[in-house]
Design a binder for this molecule. Structure first.
Ligand code: SF4
Length: 755
């Protein structure tokens, strides 16, 4: 670790300030045996590592990670170098990624999962007219998948959170996250649980399978830059609510951090009590020393954030890092000639769907209702869980939100993941929406590339939706009431926790605190299914050098996992590798012709979609590679992005740089990720060129030291040939650890594990 972020002072901006923590009667106390981290063992493990590290002061991230080492006596962790073999405490999977994880876990042949695991049905539910009807329709349309997941959960003893129960990260925060916990989630916003002091890391299904199959899970000891952990500290954190800290950690995924976390503070204790986990809070109190950084811990970088001076921002469109302060946003709208209209405002998602968010938003909606006006823009609310939905219904927030024109959607991802059926738009009409979600890549919400999607706080989404104008600034601009009189919105306020405690709502959504496996249950996958397909193991890797690898495509610019394996309508094929492979790289821009998803087949001279030409090469027995730009595979933990290229015959990806999760996912599936030693060499290669031979792969697989090896990896040379016959050489580097080389040799991590 780590970048450490000092939160310097009490945040004072009225549009961002937080209300007081209310003492809450809370829900009934849960059985906490499975959800309390094993503090005694963790502290003892850490003592062993401390001795190896000469008792130097440790950051909180180091303490949690090192206390979870599978072999604490044998590892001397060096930041940025050592691959840590870790034993996570828990796994959580969402319905889209769980399918592939479970299909892989089935190959391992185990009777139960090695650590408590949960499945959450949230991504496959479409938001359209409102929770009740949408849920019925989505369950009907995804019956086969939900039945598959439910039967697998029952067989292997996983907790099954059925459709309508809520969004994975909110459910985890309410039920499973705990200070000092190490958990993996098959979703990139898993770091949300850092708001409760956990190290929670978004991974692909194959990593989840490692933890479930009791195979130590590997992570390079994090440091600064990509692969860092952000640890927050300072006086400001004492003022934040637990769910507010969850929001901050959730968004940390957007800066490429491995995860983010906060030390154990009183608001975590209040939240644990309010959610029926008093015993976890008490155990954490007894281990408070373990749950904060040591005095004098050294960080790679410290960033100071003065919350009192931090202005609300609006981010986008099309990327979360295009940030504009609220006071400048109207100018940006005018400069770009955007229509001054907000077509829809959406609040909720796993990022901002806490009781506090809903209460603060309601305080604004109430002012509008009192003035007799409704939201000018479409207004949609996605509660994060059944518990939130039921509690805001009981406490009256839902009534106010509906009075102002809001439509409450199902407790699920819905519009945040492209599962949004809009009736308010002509096809491809340019329009602007504001959301309190965390991502806004093109087409992310409604599948429409001309929808400009901006991210901001739930409060700003609400205020701007009320006005219906993109240039509206609630701090300086008035709204107009039903009688034509102007009025100013007063700053939002709200409770962190419900004064009368949470109500669990529909209890049929809540699985038992401990789920036992039942080996007699069968898992049926219909061979004719278009949505589920039993996996065949991949074949082994090369015994020597690669030869005659065809460059299928040279990708230019941003190529996120959305570009490699799109979501939206493709989500329904998450459990069917062959069918989903038809979307492979369909958002990638070909650097040679500037076209999206069009490449030339060198054997026929004809143009085709990337997946088509890949399939043709594969059928001809011609392995192919993709050459890619910076941060290839950024975005989500979607392992399909790695599985699909492998399935279509790609054994190697050559990138200017990789996003961490995707790079690991490629390795897990037996694909060799290489980066250019000199990123400028990207210019030299073109689609149609051929890697005549690699130099260094034979050493790698034979376990021989390679040329210019470093502790992080080594050099691989590529002898290239153009269609003209001209030859040239590219120097590349790999970052394969010893275990990862085994995966590569055996064809995949799972092959290596079950060998
Ligand atoms: Fe669901 Fe959106 Fe959260 Fe992902 S970011 S878990 S899609 S709500």
């Amino acid at each position: 670790p780590l970048a450490r972020t000092t939160v310097r002072s009490r945040l004072a901006h009225p549009w961002r300030s937080l209300a007081t923590v209310s003492s809450s009667p809370g829900v009934s106390v849960k059985n906490c045996t499975q959800i309390t981290p094993p503090y005694t063992k963790l502290v003892s493990n850490l003592d062993k590592v401390r001795r190896i590290l000469d008792n130097r002061p440790l950051t909180l991230s180091e303490k949690i990670l090192y206390s979870h080492l599978a072999e604490p006596e044998e590892t001397k962790p060096i930041r940025g170098q050592t691959y840590l073999k870790l034993s996570p405490d828990r796994v959580a999977m969402q319905d889209a990624s769980a399918q592939m994880a479970i299909l892989q876990f089935m190959l391992a042949g185990m009777p139960t999962t090695a650590v408590p695991s949960s499945i959450h049905c949230d991504h496959l539910i479409v938001g359209h007219v409102g929770a009740e009807k949408d849920l019925v329709n989505s369950i009907e349309n995804n019956k086969e998948i939900f039945n598959f997941l439910e039967s697998a959960a029952a067989k292997y003893g996983m907790s099954f959170w059925k459709p309508g129960s809520g969004i994975i990260h909110q459910i985890v925060l309410e039920n499973y996250a705990a200070p000092g916990l190490l958990m993996l989630g098959t979703d990139s916003h898993t770091p949300n649980a850092g708001g409760l002091g956990a190290i929670a890391i978004g991974v692909g299904g194959a990593d989840a399978v490692d933890a479930m199959a009791n195979i130590p899970w590997e992570l390079k000891a994090p440091e600064g830059g990509t692969g860092h952990i952000i640890e927050y500290f300072g006086p400001g954190i004492e003022t934040l609510s637990c769910t507010g800290m969850g929001t901050i950690c959730n968004m940390g995924a957007e800066v490429g951090a491995t995860t983010s976390l906060f030390p154990f503070v009183p608001s975590m204790s209040s939240y644990l009590h309010a959610t029926g986990r008093g015993p976890v809070a008490e155990a954490a109190h007894r281990n408070a020393q373990f749950l904060r950084a040591d005095e004098g811990a050294v960080y790679d970088k410290i960033i100071e954030i003065n919350l009192s001076a931090l202005e609300p921002h609006i981010n986008g469109p099309f990327t979360p890092d295009l940030a504009t302060p609220l006071s400048k946003f109207a100018d940006v709208v005018k400069q770009n000639g955007w229509k001054d209209e907000v077509k829809a405002g959406l609040i909720g998602s796993c990022t901002n769907s806490s009781y506090e968010d809903m209460d603060r938003v309601t305080s604004l909606a109430k002012q509008a209702v009192e003035k007799g006006i409704k939201s000018k823009a479409g207004f949609f609310i996605t509660p994060g869980s059944e518990q939130i939905r039921a509690t805001i219904e009981r406490d009256g927030q839902t009534e106010v939100l509906e009075k102002v024109g809001g439509v409450v959607l199902a407790n699920a991802c819905g519009p945040c993941i492209g599962q949004w059926k809009r009736d308010d738009l002509n096809d491809k009409e340019e329009n602007a929406i504001l959301t309190s979600f965390n991502r806004n890549f093109k087409s992310r919400n409604d599948g429409n590339a001309t929808t400009m999607n901006f991210l901001t706080s739930p409060e700003l989404v609400t205020a701007m939706s009320l006005s219906g104008r993109l240039t509206f600034n609630p701090i300086t601009d008035p709204l107009v009431d039903i009688n034509g009189n102007e009025f100013m919105l007063q700053p939002p306020y709200g409770d962190n926790l419900p004064q009368n405690g949470f109500t669990p709502g529909n209890l049929s959504y809540t699985p038992p605190d401990v789920s036992d496996p039942n080996p007699s249950i069968g898992i049926n996958v219909d061979p004719k299914s278009t949505r589920l397909q039993v996996l065949e193991p991949f074949g082994p890797g090369p015994e020597g050098e690669f030869s005659e690898l065809q460059v299928l495509v040279k990708v230019k610019g941003k190529c996120t996992t959305d570009h490699i394996s799109a979501a939206g309508p493709w989500l329904k094929y998450k459990g069917h590798l062959e069918n989903i492979s038809y979307n492979t790289l369909n958002g990638a821009v070909n650097a040679d012709n500037d076209k999206v998803n069009i490449v030339t087949n060198v054997f026929t001279g004809k143009e085709g979609a990337i997946h088509e030409v890949a399939r043709d090469y594969h059928a001809l027995g011609k392995p192919w590679i993709a050459v890619t730009d910076h941060n290839y595979g950024e975005g989500s933990a979607r392992e399909h992005a790695a599985l699909q290229v492998r399935y279509l015959g790609c054994p190697l990806i050559l990138a200017r740089s990789f996003a961490r999760i995707h790079q690991t996912n490629l390795k897990k599936q037996g694909v060799l990720p290489l980066t250019f030693a000199d990123p400028a060499d990207w210019e030299k290669i073109h689609g149609g060129d051929v890697i005549e031979t690699t130099v260094g792969v034979a050493d790698l697989v034979a376990g021989r030291p390679g040329k210019n090896d470093t502790p992080e990896g080594g050099e691989i040379s590529l002898v290239m040939r153009r269609p003209s016959g001209e030859k040239y050489e590219i120097k590349a580097v790999h970052t394969m650890s010893k275990d990862q080389i085994e995966w590569f040799k055996k064809g995949s991590a799972l092959n290596a594990a079950s060998a």
